[in-house]
Write a protein that binds this ligand. Sequence first.
Ligand SMILES: O=C(O)c1ccc(O)c(O)c1
Ligand SMILES: [Mg+2]
Length: 638
Amino acid sequence: MRRSIATVSLSGTLEEKLRAAAAAGFDGVEVFENDLVASPLPPREVRAAAAELGLGIDLYQPFRDFEGVDDAGLERNLRRAEAKFELMLELGADTLLVCSNASPAALGGDARAAAQLRRLAEAAAPYGVRIAYEALAWGRRVDTYEHSWRLVAEADHPSLGVCLDSFHILSKGGDPAGIRGIPGEKIFFLQLADAPYMAMDLLQWSRHYRCFPGQGAFDLTGFTRQVLAAGYTGPLSLEVFNDVFRAADPHRTAADAMRSLSVLEDALARERAAERVDGEPGADGARPRVSLTRLPDPPDDAGYAFVEVAAQEEGEEGGAERVRAVLAALGFAHTRDHRSKPVQLWSSGGVRVLLNSTDPRLGHTWDGDAAVTALGVEVADPGRAAQRAERLLAPTLPRRRDPAESRLNAVAAPDGTAVFFCPGSREGREWLADFGAAAVRDRHPGDDGAPLSAIDHVGLFQPFDHFDEASLFYRSVLGLTPEESLEVAAPDGLVRSRALAGGDDGGLRIALNVSVLGRGAHSDAAGGAQHAAFACDDVFAAAEAMRAAGVAPLPIPDNYYDDLAARTDLAPAVRERMRTNGILYDRSAAGGEFFHFYTPMLDNRLFFEVVQRTGGYRGYGAANAAVRMAAHRAEQAR
Ligand SMILES: O=C(O)c1ccc(O)c(O)c1
Ligand SMILES: [Mg+2]
């Protein structure tokens, strides 16, 4: 389907907005009136600039407070409209969005409103302009799509149709099922926006908190399904009023927007494929009127090949030594060295951590605090995974490599983390050959001192402005499913956490965290913490082995264990062993259990976690997150 974006969704001047929309691959734009009025370019030149970039101007908007006025007002409004029709001829836009009258003075009466809309359509027709009438959620007299459609049907003019905007419908709990009752050719335009649930005034919610489909709480796939079922063939257009986007890089926002539409269209295409035998009409009997673009399949059964940590090797500041000491205490061995780069492979059986002393993105010496810089994702078909990532506008990372080394496709996530697609699981891991022959025998589960069985999850702190973008990126590129987002009251401010997970038994799990207010110790300025969590079958043995190897687990206050005694029936001896080893506990409603402990903070913003899941527990111990953050803070203050 044709894809458009409203200029109001992007920051910058009108020309910058057009360039960003074109660069992300949009076919057209909705020109927002304020953007045009503020532009030094005459409409004709805006049209030329858009055409030069390959963009059509699919809509001009908004035209406000037209219907529900007295006779004198109607004449004034028609005169105002004529001026806009002239402008649209210059601009090359053939559809004008007219939103329902929001003025407190708007008069009621459907017959009057319909007759006035008909007058507008009659005036528009000679210009070749179509009127798309949109019910604002806060319209004075017309605030539902059902009502806007009744007026359009009553006015009955070929130049008049409705504009459907998902926000105005879904924010009020409207039922989109009725949309399929509107003839497709009378739906002149479709605007898509998602939003998080918020208990607030509709207008404020709409003007500040809209987001791209898939980033909020609404079911945009279900909504768009109804519009397509009605027979709509126009563009899918994003109209997102959002405070963060207004201040962000428009190229980045446009790519995020395009990613969101690709995922939406792919979901619709897959639904259609599932319900239709090729060449047959759909389940509802109608032949599809638009073609839907599918993405390459997401990786199935993806798992972690490795986590890469970068740390400074040299000098007093060097964090690499500390990371090595803790990895060794966790049972990892430094088994191999990369043939051509300063990268060490540390492994414990099949659990691998790469320790890099260069910045993988820049190629020079790593000069920051130790941090997670890359995820190695093992997939059956790395080529397909890379193609999917490319279609989702993931920036490809150039790798400087020796011709003899294996070719790993890598892309950069919005937070800068590199994501490598590593081939195969069972058939061998040829990329490991880049690390030369094993210097030390890899240890395996069951071997003495190798208690870890897998990388359970990775926790990545996100910059405030890019949390939704990162969440959509990881979800779509890696084919993960997002879980409910949670808020944790940390000592330095509220932290929002959202986990993304692969198949039923976990596979890939990523926990994204962000400071809710974008400040405090968990903000980007402070370089919020990151971690890798390792799974094991005996968390007590793992903690005791680490302690015996000279690294004490992060101490957890006695108050925590007293509370645990009050609210659980864990045996006193078990609780005592937990207290000694800083082991925390969580339990799911279904009875699954989670035991986990943490290492101290290494070099300011990196730590490791060891977890044991039983009985199908699928969470991340969110109940303990605030205790963990307070404990790390106390430890760093010492
Ligand atoms: O907030 C507004 O005024 C406004 C204007 C035009 C739209 O299409 C819309 O959805 C909202
Ligand atoms: Mg709208």
